[in-house]
Ligand binder design. Structure first.
Ligand code: SGN
Ligand code: CA
Length: 538
């Protein structure tokens, strides 16, 4: 055989082998990803964690059919920073979005961008709370800023329109519409972000009708006097019985407030009430009045004879009724989405995550809101289902953070995780292949002075201990033994019995600050930029 012929035959063989190869081993099917995140949803209000307050059968389903995380945390307990961490897989001081005020740079790398580049279809529906045009999505339908509960405006692929109805239902409909019209030849990643149950808790009609009749037990620490802790807890302005608005939060009508001589801490509450209720059409408003008017009348009658304790209880119950009613609609939304996955045959190959942008105080320590590194706001719910890899009923107790989402999703999608992402993929942890994991997590918080007056702080948490440093206008350290004091009522910093622990926790803190590249230099830089931005705004 001539050399030429041998060569041609060889080429033919290689070609045939290559074809056979592509036919025999098709690229493994990559999983779809649905990342559901609601806003300010406390784990205390998910029955898979605690069924005292509410039953959330649909959200629970994700955990029962997959995994529930008992120690999931954020790195910075505030809306916009949390979302920036989730997208970039980097701490706030690295991605630059440290508070709700300073700008987010959408030009930086994010996991949706990387998924999209690798052939995924990507969509973002609902609240994102990051200024600028979202990047990395084939489709985006987002609420401007905080968004509204009733007849909300949406920016759909750059165009703003008002959509009649209730926000949780609309967000679900938009997400389902996108899923139905997507290209079925490609895997997809959907970020499905609910506005609810963010303040000022305006529930859907069927649920305010139900929940305004319910009673709720106060948490054990509702009347905390903060004597076991430092200045920061005293100074925070987030007490349900003192700092909520009678109008926007409690839903008292302005004329009732005037008759009773009640004033909100700022004019914001009354304006918010006017704007929120003012968006309703006449049918929505009539339904609202049919429930909230009698409630106002009953309160007007009872108020003169109410003790301070009774009033504090009434305000706690008002908070819980509206907050939990908003959660009930979110649970319905999750149910609709899971049903769709079942019906369309997508359930098996779709990763479904349920989480919140942070935790929330539901009256613990007397508070609402978040921001602190104390457990209720530092922790966040996390449930995850992926029938192909995760065994039903899995419980993960390791310390995971929202920092880990980006690398985890890239790992599942078979996309290389950029070296500068600071989180870790928890894929092996959750499918039981490995239990190797970190044993300490790092936290930073910056937005002060600001609404709720939670002082700037950073800290470290291990499985048992937590060390925090409050700085800027104070210089105070707090140390908690979470095993002996799970409600964090006794700061043991400088307690001789904890001298060794204190030293060990300082070492851990230094180590983590070095590892993630944080320093006082960043604290100063972001403080200056914050003050400048706030002053400009005023
Ligand atoms: C609003 C709320 C605050 C809340 C921030 C940030 N007030 O300002 O209570 O802390 O949002 O929340 S409200 O009367 O306007 O609702 S975040 O989740 O977006 O970070
Ligand atoms: Ca939030």
């Amino acid at each position: 055989m001539s050399n030429h012929l041998t060569h041609a035959l060889a080429l033919l063989t290689v070609g045939a082998a290559a074809t056979a190869c592509t036919q025999k081993a098709p690229k493994p099917q990559r999983p779809n990803i649905i990342y559901i995140m609601s806003d300010d949803h406390a784990y205390q209000a998910i029955s898979a964690y605690d069924s005292t307050l509410i039953k959330t059968p649909n959200i629970d389903r994700i955990g029962h059919e997959g995994a529930i995380f008992s120690h999931a945390f954020v790195t910075n307990s505030l809306c916009a920073p949390s979302r920036a961490v989730m997208l970039t897989g980097k701490h706030s001081f690295i991605n630059g979005k440290v508070d709700n005020v300073q700008r987010f740079n959408w030009d930086q790398e994010s996991f949706p961008k990387l998924l999209r580049q690798s052939g995924y279809q990507t969509a973002l529906v609902g609240k994102i709370h990051l200024d600028g045009t979202p990047q990395g999505f084939d489709y985006s339908a987002v609420l401007p800023g905080q968004g509204h509960y009733y007849n909300p405006d949406f920016i759909i692929n750059g165009k703003e329109e008002r959509i009649p109805g209730y926000v949780t239902k609309i967000t679900t409909r938009l997400a389902l519409d996108w899923l139905k019209k997507r290209d079925t030849n490609k895997p997809f990643c959907l970020l499905f972000h609910e506005k609810a149950p963010h303040r000022e808790w305006m529930p859907e009609e069927k649920y305010y009708k139900e929940y305004t009749k319910k009673e709720f037990p106060e948490p054990a620490t509702y009347h905390d006097d903060y004597s076991g802790r430092g200045t920061a807890a005293h100074a925070a302005e987030m007490r349900v019985y003192r700092d909520q608005n009678w109008s926007g939060d409690d839903k008292l009508y302005p004329d009732v407030m005037d008759k009773l001589g009640l004033k909100d801490p700022t004019t914001w509450g009354r304006n918010a009430f006017k704007h929120n209720v003012g968006r309703m059409d006449s049918t929505q408003k009539a339904a609202w009045d049919s429930v909230y008017k009698p409630m106002n009348e009953a309160f007007e009658k009872a108020y003169p004879n109410m003790s301070e304790q009774q009033l504090a209880h009434w305000r706690y119950e008002r908070y819980m009724q509206d907050y939990l009613a908003c959660v009930a609609s979110v649970d319905d939304a999750v149910g609709e989405l899971l049903d769709y996955l079942d019906k369309s045959g997508l359930a098996e190959n779709t990763i479904v995550v349920y989480t919140s942008d942070q935790g929330m105080y539901l009256g613990e320590h007397g508070w609402f809101d978040k921001r602190f590194m104390y457990e209720e706001s530092f922790r966040t719910p996390l449930l995850m289902r992926y029938p192909k890899e995760i065994k039903p009923g899995t419980q993960i107790d390791q310390l995971v953070q929202n920092l880990d989402f980006a690398p985890t999703f890239l790992d599942y999608a078979g996309v290389k995780i950029p070296k500068d992402m600071q989180g870790m993929s928890f894929r092996k942890l959750v499918d039981g292949q490995s239990s190797e994991w970190r044993d300490a997590i790092y936290y930073t918080y910056y937005e002060y002075p600001s609404i709720h007056m939670v002082k700037r702080h950073y800290g470290v948490r291990t499985n048992r201990y937590k060390l925090m440093h409050f700085y800027y206008d104070i210089d105070e350290w707090e140390l908690y033994d979470l095993e002996k004091d799970p409600h964090e009522m006794h700061n043991v910093y400088n307690d001789p019995a904890y001298a060794d622990v204190q030293k060990m926790m300082h070492d851990r803190l230094t180590e983590l600050r070095q590892k993630y590249g944080d320093s006082d230099k960043f604290n100063k830089q972001y403080l200056d930029a914050y003050l400048e931005a706030v002053n400009k705004h005023e």
